[in-house]
Design a protein around this ligand. Structure first.
Ligand SMILES: [Cu+2]
Length: 128
């Protein structure tokens, strides 16, 4: 409920569902900012996509070159969608499934689950 209220108050109603989340996002243009897949290596940061329709932790910090791993700990399908970076996104994170991203550029990266409105997260990538 708090997420819904924040969304409605922070943005226009029409933009609520489609906004890439977070005024702090600063898309980095040019060459790919990272790579994604499964079994990239040993994750430094773990994020759960939960049955409560949340990313936990919702905000995480990782260093350039480290791997972030999402695990779907619930029983419904989620997505890990970086609107500005489709090649980092997983359109189908099935229950018990994992997804990993390794960033090679510092920045603030917002992502969301496109299935569940308001299910958003932020990664802050430092160093590099
Ligand atoms: Cu979801």
């Amino acid at each position: 409920m708090m997420v819904l209220i924040g969304c409605l108050s922070a943005m226009t109603f029409a933009a609520c569902d489609s906004a890439p989340a977070g005024p702090s996002e600063s898309p980095v243009s040019g060459s790919p900012v990272g790579s994604a897949g499964v079994n990239l290596g040993s994750p430094a940061v773990h994020v759960s996509a939960t049955g409560q329709l949340m990313f936990t932790p919702a905000k995480a910090t990782v260093q350039v070159g480290q791997i972030v791993e999402w695990t779907n700990t619930g029983s419904v399908v989620h997505t890990v969608t970086f609107t500005s970076y489709p090649y980092l996104s997983d359109p189908t994170l099935a229950p018990a499934g994992t997804w990993e991203v390794k960033f090679n550029k510092a920045g603030t990266y917002a992502y969301q689950c496109t299935i569940h409105a308001g299910m958003t997260g932020t990664l802050v990538v430092t160093g590099g």
